[in-house]
Design a protein. Structure first.
Length: 304
């Protein structure tokens, strides 16, 4: 997988039917009868790739609508805007939300609630740690355009699969009218590297504390609020996922000489009140403040 780091637009490649079916069967051995096929119309992929000028590819994010129904899985199409290097958490954030595999558009909050439902399900049922749960598979713009430009292509069936590195991935099967297979398969996407919550360079709060105040005590209390309160339900966890979605975007958009001043002002105006509630154990009130802070950040820094 090292080659994709040089040009993210070219991530993904055509594979044989045998290779694709083998990876799909490996997932079925693990996942049983759970839903593992998603039809995505080519126009849904094209709309995401063309949503703005600087799209390098799509993160196909795993979601779930019902924590009690293992067949309620979904895929969301997140446009991505970095063209080389390691795939990071930084993504394009459209103010009008994201398309799912069926072409339905969900608000940012609704999308993150389904993403959180997937994470919570995997943590509870597969005994995975928060940082271990796969969130997405990435495919580059050039590769996806090659895929949907196939003769007679109407769309793709996306199958959950296990690759040769025992990583969860997505295998695409090109289909024509009436979902007829065109015997063309596609994989070698960039799988989610994990490591959520560890990189201060992608966490706005860690950046504030590390660069402005240098205190680890409040960071520990905040992580306890996240782990012990937000992670108790998928609806609360959605705010944690929204935070990790917006944080790297804020850091990217405020980069430069004025970043420290922006961080200081935001900390004084918004974050201090949140910290006080967390330190006093007023978690329900803290969540309301967090909701408002994230809403303000999303409105200010969303890309399109």
């Amino acid at each position: 997988m090292e080659n994709y780091k040089k040009n993210l637009q070219k991530v993904g490649q055509f594979i044989s039917r045998n290779e694709g079916e083998f990876m799909i069967k490996e997932y079925r051995k693990k996942g049983g009868a759970e839903k593992n096929r998603f039809f995505i119309h080519k126009d849904c992929i094209r709309k995401t790739l063309e949503c703005c000028e600087n799209v390098s590819g799509i993160k196909f994010m795993f979601g779930m609508t019902d924590l009690k129904d293992s067949d309620s899985k979904s895929l969301f199409l997140f446009p991505y805007n970095q063209f080389e290097g390691k795939i990071s958490r930084d993504s394009i954030i459209p103010k009008n939300g994201y398309l799912n595999h069926s072409g339905l558009r969900f608000s940012i909050a609704e999308t993150m609630e389904q993403v959180a439902c997937h994470i919570k399900y995997r943590m509870d049922n597969d005994r995975m740690g928060y940082k271990e749960v796969p969130r997405y598979v990435f495919f580059g713009k050039d590769s996806l355009n090659d895929l949907i430009s196939t003769d007679n292509c109407e769309g793709v069936n996306g199958y959950l699969a296990i690759n040769g590195n025992s990583e969860e991935t997505i295998v695409f099967e090109v289909v024509g009218k009436n979902n007829k297979s065109l015997d063309i398969f596609f994989d070698y996407g960039g799988v989610d590297p994990g490591d959520y919550g560890n990189d201060p360079g992608e966490c706005i709060y860690s950046l504030m504390v590390d660069s402005l105040y240098g205190s680890e005590d409040i960071l520990r209390l905040s992580r306890n609020f996240r782990d012990k309160y937000l992670f108790e339900s998928e609806k609360r966890m959605a705010f944690s996922e929204l935070y990790y979605l917006i944080s790297p975007v804020v850091i990217r958009k405020t980069a430069g000489d004025t970043q420290k001043q922006i961080m200081e002002e935001f900390y004084e105006l918004k974050i201090k009140a949140l910290e006080k509630l967390i330190m006093n154990g007023e978690y329900s009130n803290a969540m309301e403040v967090l909701k408002n802070v994230l809403g303000e950040l999303t409105e200010t820094y969303a890309d399109i």
